[in-house]
Design a protein around this ligand. Sequence first.
Ligand SMILES: [Zn+2]
Length: 226
Amino acid sequence: MRKIFLNLILCLLSFPVVAQYKYGLTPVTLAAYREDVKQNPLKELVDLERFIPGVKMDIRYATTNNFTGERIYTLAKAYARRPVAVALKKAQEEFRDHGYGIKIFDAYRPYAATVKFYEVYPDSTFVASPWRGSRHNRGCAIDMTLVNLATGEELKMPTGYDAFVREAYPSHPVADPEVRRNRALLIQVMEKHGFRVNASEWWHFDFRGYSAYEILDIPFEKLDEP
Ligand SMILES: [Zn+2]
């Protein structure tokens, strides 16, 4: 009887962890990630704010200003796998020649956040399916826009970030020539540096080599630990 009771307690204690992985994906957690990085340093998640000079950050999921209305991250950080960070740094250099810079809304996203997003907004056109995970979970996707380096203002784009509407599709027609030019430059430079724009979100860019990187579920706090 006592054993059954103990098992019940253990089961209840472990429930939050099991609930995260109820979609049949088992992401890589901290110990395995550290081991992987030792074998292959390209897998390291790099702190983009430190790595890319002058990059701007507005990590929306660390605020309540996002579609969930909740603070999902406890730290406003942006990480990506090393080759993704290198490619983004080159894109930043090219945007600088136009007088622009990158502003990041989101980068590596722990798998637990993807599960949360889907449960708040279960439409896989705009929110990654928890059965497949997101390229953000692999440290291989960047949500971003451009800012004018002289004014610090964001460039005019077709919609705001995380606008789950057809106008956010990169193929959607745009009447304003300035908006059309801004969106075209963003996509053209990012594609030149090894990214592909998402078909329903002008701000989301997948790194083309994403399939070499596993889905991770490591909170930002753990990445900063030595
Ligand atoms: Zn995204």
